[in-house]
Design a protein around this ligand. Sequence first.
Ligand SMILES: Cc1cc2nc3c(=O)[nH]c(=O)nc-3n(C[C@H](O)[C@H](O)[C@H](O)COP(=O)(O)O)c2cc1C
Length: 280
Amino acid sequence: MTNTQKTTESIQDDQAAEAFPAPNDTIRTLLGRRSIRAFADEPLDQGIIAALEASAQHAATSRYFNEWSAIRITDPSIAQAIADEAHQNYITQAPLLYIFLADQRRNADLIAAEETKHSESDDGFILNTSYAFLQAQNDAVLALHAMETAAYSMNLGCVILGSIMNDPDALIDLLHLPKLVYPVLGLAIGKPAQDPAPKPRMPRPAQIFENTYQRANEEEINKALQDFDRTVFRYYRDIRHMDAPRKTYSQIMADKAFGTADGHRPMADSISRQGFDWTK
Ligand SMILES: Cc1cc2nc3c(=O)[nH]c(=O)nc-3n(C[C@H](O)[C@H](O)[C@H](O)COP(=O)(O)O)c2cc1C
């Protein structure tokens, strides 16, 4: 029995008081998902790549604007530059790497090609608004998630890469991103060369509320969160020894919620330079 199966069962046991439909393959894939950061040195065949890309393309898209793109990185020197900036060398080991983008450029170009009296510089142009930026970002994330789930369903593994945004301007230059395009996340995919146990998740009543944001049942929720703290501590101590912080979840948060350790700069200027207008 693999780690994945074990932990999936224990998640279900923890929540056994609630009705839980017998998992089908899709639910098993979702419950067994965990980030993979070590990959076999094996290329993926074109059919698998096509299935992954088509799955991403079938994700929902806000207003049917199809406002995302992805760049498949096949040039090792570009992958290395991304890994250097992200400080995560396993990015170069993955046989497949994508950078997902919020993209209003394609739609803007299509409008320009139409016989219309309007242009991108008109006040009424809305593909550069804060809403358009956020919806394009949502589109990109949903497409990435569809690709990630498709990958796990084919026994591949993935890691999502927020670290590509350590220096967005450098990435924009590296990938030659035009105006109205902004990087969102990376996704590295490959055959897993590790089998980490899925990380425990929050007690559900602490994360999923009913009707309004709830502080009701505070005592019960606090107790569940304290149990969760102990579960996370044990997970790192007993199961995940290799990268173990040996801390409770609250202690990990207390460490991560302050300071400049992650080095992220404010992004508003860089987003504006790409042509999005926060005031609109
Ligand atoms: C938006 C986002 C950005 C992430 N960025 C990174 C990253 O840059 N590097 C990395 O190793 N993992 C990254 N991850 C993976 C998270 O660390 C991981 O999902 C989390 O620790 C939970 O572990 P699990 O995926 O194994 O359940 C990212 C995940 C998300 C959703």
